[in-house]
Ligand binder design. Sequence first.
Ligand SMILES: [Fe+2]
Length: 367
Amino acid sequence: MQRIRLEELKPGMVVAKPIYDQDGRVLLNRGVVLRESLIDRLKEIGCPAVYIEVPLAEGIVLPDLVKEETRARSICQVRKAFDDVQAGRPFDIEAIRDTVINIIDEVLANARILVNLTDIRTYDSYTFGHCVNVCVLSILTGHKLQLNELEMRDLAVGAILHDIGKVRIPKEILQKPGPLTEAEFDLVKKHTVHGFEILRQDYDLSILIAHIAYQHHERLQGQGYPRGLKDAQIHRYAQIVAVADSFDAMTSERVYRGAIPPVKAVATLREMSGEFFAPDVVEGLVSTIAIYPIGSWVRLTSGHIGVVVDVNNKHPNLPVVRLVLNPRGERIGTLTEVDLITVNDLFIDSVFLPEEMEALGLLNGQG
Ligand SMILES: [Fe+2]
């Protein structure tokens, strides 16, 4: 299977992975053959991409850290909490706690799988899918930084609710397509303060959880908001959620721009490390990421082009690659897979974006 952007979808393509709405219902199921009308519908609901069966990437299975049902149920719980707060009702904190405990259990059981978050979100489910991913990434980072079980629960509850203050920001501003005015941005920044106020009252929650919402946009040398806190003034949990939040925002597919490949997102986080983000937190997260995820198309230093079919936990730089084109750009007839750990002097040179694969004819199997 292969993630294909909306503009590259064509009638006749077969869906390889279901897409869910914000209630956890299946919008588009595995095995469905795309028609023009379905593609139009995907455009309407703001679905930026779909996983498609591609002959050259046949038999590739993307491992999930969290089961699809768990993700769908979690998205639904987060949406309910946001809706309740928006309507002025208390949200069901026990349901959120149960959700988070489930996510922690699944993530830690699979902690040896390198992270390859593969969810695709529509306009409506973007925020909630993002909250769930920030929770997953924070748990992995917390685990690397050796937090204990109770600390992990507070971290995960704060991570999944870190943006709850957004319910008090006008939708027109949050969804504005163009750049924000200064006054609008000042309003958006307030979601941190609103989140703190929402979470500190009424619920039987550790105050640290409210501080995650309050501090997740603070940056190490004081460049962040709302208070411009520095270094140790920013709580550890908020430092973790800040990095997870940035990584997920960069690597998610949006309608107006493609996902940034993990290898580039990791490089950006490392550049910002020490100045904006705590270095040990960045390294904690980076050590869990599949920088060349299964299903990525890559060019090797030999000039061969291929698709990543497996990753090596200890050496994320050296995955297993199925060779598809030789250095002259011709199709390789026999199935050849190279484990880059086992060969000397052969490395990944670059990663292809989906639009570049189309140009090489890699999507339709002609090559
Ligand atoms: Fe935020």
